[in-house]
Design a protein around this ligand. Sequence first.
Ligand code: BV8
Ligand code: ZN
Length: 249
Amino acid sequence: MLDELNQKEGLRRALLNFRRVVVLTGAGISAESGVPTFREKGGLWGKYNPEELATARAFQKNPQLVWEWYQWRRGLISEMKPNPGHYAIAEMERLFDDFSLITQNVDGLHRAAGSKIVLEMHGNIMRNKCFDCGKVFDGINLKDKEPPRCDGCGGLYRPDVVWFGEMLPSDVLYAAFQSTQSCELFFSIGTSALVHPAASLPIEAMHSGAYVIEINPQPTVISHSVDHTFLGPSGEILPQIVDFIKANR
Ligand code: BV8
Ligand code: ZN
């Protein structure tokens, strides 16, 4: 069991007494499922940089290259399963009266693990939408070698994810900030906290007086200001936190 859980009074109290809880996840929560993260060496962007591919400009310049990159990622992700970290978060949704899960990930693994309400800030890679008219098409076909055409306007399909320089879905963004500003306990899990506006959520939680816990094998830009950092993989740490809450509540 994690020593801190018995040694740090503030941490114990936060985990056992608080009722309004928000969890923010990034690519790190899916690392133990085999999904490469974005910025770590060997990560998704090891070969490319985000400006090259995850932008509307890149798609307009070279739709085939961007399409192939997403089809490659979709192939990877469709082989992957949720890990114990995803399942622990799905259990937290049942443990806390008022619980919100906000993810930057587009891989859909939280829902696959049983999380019912997932605020997907950056969309979902397993959906397409028309680049021109925005019509959404559920489901993907890994055999599509090039982007299909929209049956409404003939525009090209693109993945239904938020690219750099694009607005996040306003309803999701609003809900994410609302729950962050009113929570008592905020978890920042598996994110380098570099991509905005998601990265401002842990700061927002601190300013609103929440107890902020970070879980990451490496320190990040917010580690010095959160209330507690568990340095380690979320797939190992989260199940121990959930067991601790269930055993001591
Ligand atoms: C917008 C979908 C404006 C696509 C993604 C300068 C300063 C501040 C902001 C900006 C700036 N210049 C530009 C901006 C804005 C930009 C931004 O923030 N850029 C950053 C890079 C500086 N943001 C945007 O463009 C956003 N839009 O601002 O619009 C606007 C305003 C008005 C009108 C129009 C527009 C849009 C951002 C969304 C981009 N899309 N994804 C796709 O997936 O292809 S972001 C992408 O990065 C993923 O979603 C990913 O989740 C996200 C964040 O990265 P992380 O999740 O943190 O992943 P990372 O690899 O970085 O870190 C993983 C962590 O896990 C590491 O810390 C690692 O240690 C840890 N880890 C590893 N193993 C484990 C683990 N943790 C736990 N357990 C483990 N086992
Ligand atoms: Zn269209």
